[in-house]
Design a protein around this ligand. Structure first.
Ligand SMILES: Cc1cc2nc3c(=O)[nH]c(=O)nc-3n(C[C@H](O)[C@H](O)[C@H](O)COP(=O)(O)OP(=O)(O)OC[C@H]3O[C@@H](n4cnc5c(N)ncnc54)[C@H](O)[C@@H]3O)c2cc1C
Length: 430
């Protein structure tokens, strides 16, 4: 993730530092003596660690539009993971430093500081919070291999217990409690919204209008809104929850899919590739069945990048954001030029190529070039330069399988393209 600062980041830093700023007069500066310094580090680590944990929970809110304050939902999830991991490290530091600070008074005193009699509920509440964190963080960081996505989501519910237990630890011990009430309320509100309220309040009803096969294992589903449709921009995505009774998997389960239609299309279209149980079942979803849509999310083609011509590199099902943008260009007279490279294994897997080529014939500021891996091998610098001589000066957008993305990132970095000018959409949040 390139280090770009978004407006939401400043808010995040302010909220994170609030409890420390409030406690600062009581904490004072770092003392000179070693044991006192360790005690000070332990307390600062605990305050920052708990603030990070509560803010991590608040960031899980998933409100359409809110993610754009942070550069899109994938970056928001990245921040969520980073802060969650940071919270865990700081909480470990808190425990270790407070224990070590008591060593000069004797080993027994140090052990008793960390493991007091059971009657000291606030301290044991802290340990239980730590245990809950270990249980739900281990699969997130894939210490024991990759976990089934739905099981991982269920396990993540333990984070609510960790939050409550951590507050049960901090509130009786803290000098000033209001920052913890505030951050705790934000974290819990985010979880209540996400798990209890958003399934009924944030989802919009649609009906499947058609299911068009594009290639083996790929369909385009067109959905008609039952009420007012979602408003979206090219490059954004939705969470689709199909309700079709006849589905063999994934009924009532939400999955993210990039919108492939133009924003002015009365139907919302999704190109869906069979990549697992739920997406396999969707290949034969019943026409006329109901589906709920939540979103839109994401900020792939952010408005503030639009000062330069664009280079689009889309591979496999990662072509969908570019299909939406190309379809949208027909309705917009003005805008910068875009050169799309459609990377596919072969002509049989370039399922949107015919339509994109027709778009480029109608729209002067769009050029489409196909590249077939089976015939031409990995995309080379010479191929790029031949078809788009000024590609290094363009704003660059990548979407496709991880192997393609890392090959292209290396290629572009070797040509000196700054990381901040390369925008990636990944179809994987884990
Ligand atoms: C931002 C984004 C946009 C996407 N756009 C498209 C698209 O336009 N077309 C398309 O075919 N696919 C798209 N995907 C991928 C699609 O979401 C997964 O293929 C689908 O969720 C797989 O579910 P499954 O049960 O079929 O397979 P599984 O075997 O359950 O999952 C395969 C992998 O998909 C990911 N995944 C599964 N469920 C979810 C979930 N609920 N949320 C996030 N990731 C999940 C996990 O990494 C998992 O390892 C997109 C993914 C993301 C994150």
């Amino acid at each position: 993730m390139p280090l770009r600062l978004y407006r939401g980041d400043l808010l995040l830093i302010a909220v994170l530092l609030l409890p420390l700023a409030i406690a600062a007069p009581r904490l004072g500066g770092p003392p000179g003596e070693a044991a006192a310094l360790l005690g000070w580090v332990g307390r600062v680590g605990g305050i920052l660690g708990l603030a990070m944990l509560l803010v991590t929970a608040a960031l899980s809110i998933r409100l359409p539009g809110f993610d754009r304050w942070f550069g899109g939902l994938d970056r928001l999830w990245w921040l969520h993971r980073l802060l969650g991991f940071g919270a865990f490290i700081l909480i470990m530091l808190h425990v270790l430093a407070l224990g070590l600070a008591r060593v000069p008074a004797g080993l027994e005193v140090a052990v008793l500081t960390l493991f007091p009699p059971l009657s000291q509920l606030a301290l044991w509440s802290g340990w239980l919070a730590w245990l809950a964190m270990v249980i739900f963080l281990a699969p997130t960081f894939q210490f024991f291999g990759r976990l089934d996505y739905q099981r991982w989501k269920r396990l993540h519910l333990l984070s609510a217990a960790a939050l409550l237990l951590a507050l049960g630890h901090a509130l009786p011990l803290a000098g000033e409690t209001w920052p913890w009430w505030l951050l705790g309320a934000l974290g819990m509100a985010a979880m209540v919204w996400r798990k209890l309220l958003s399934p009924s309040l944030a989802r919009h009803p649609y009906r499947v209008e058609s299911v068009a096969p594009l290639a083996r294992g790929v369909v385009e589903i067109a959905l008609r809104p039952e009420g007012r449709g979602l408003r979206y921009r090219p490059g954004q995505f939705v969470y689709l929850t199909p309700l079709d009774e006849s589905l063999t998997a994934g009924r009532g389960e939400e999955h993210p899919y990039t919108i492939a239609s133009a924003p002015d299309d009365p139907l919302l279209r999704l190109g869906i590739k069979d990549l697992g149980d739920a997406s396999h079942a969707l290949q034969t979803v019943s026409v006329g069945s109901r589906a709920m849509l939540e979103g839109p999310y994401g900020d792939f083609f952010a408005v503030d990048y639009a000062q330069r011509d664009a280079l689009w590199l889309g591979g496999g099902i990662g072509i969908t954001p570019f299909v939406s943008a190309a379809r949208g260009m027909a309705a917009e007279d003005e805008g910068r030029h875009a050169q799309l490279f459609y990377l596919a294994n072969g002509p049989d897997r370039a399922y949107y190529l015919d339509e994109l080529t027709r778009c480029a014939e109608d729209v002067e500021r769009l050029t489409v070039t196909a590249h077939f891996y089976r015939e031409q091998g990995p995309l080379s610098e010479a191929f790029l330069r031949h078809h788009c001589p000024d590609y290094v000066d363009r704003e660059i957008y990548l979407c496709g399988p991880p192997g393609m993305i890392s090959h292209l990132r290396d290629l572009l970095a070797a040509q000196g393209v700054p990381a901040l000018r390369i925008h990636c959409e990944v179809f994987d949040f884990l």
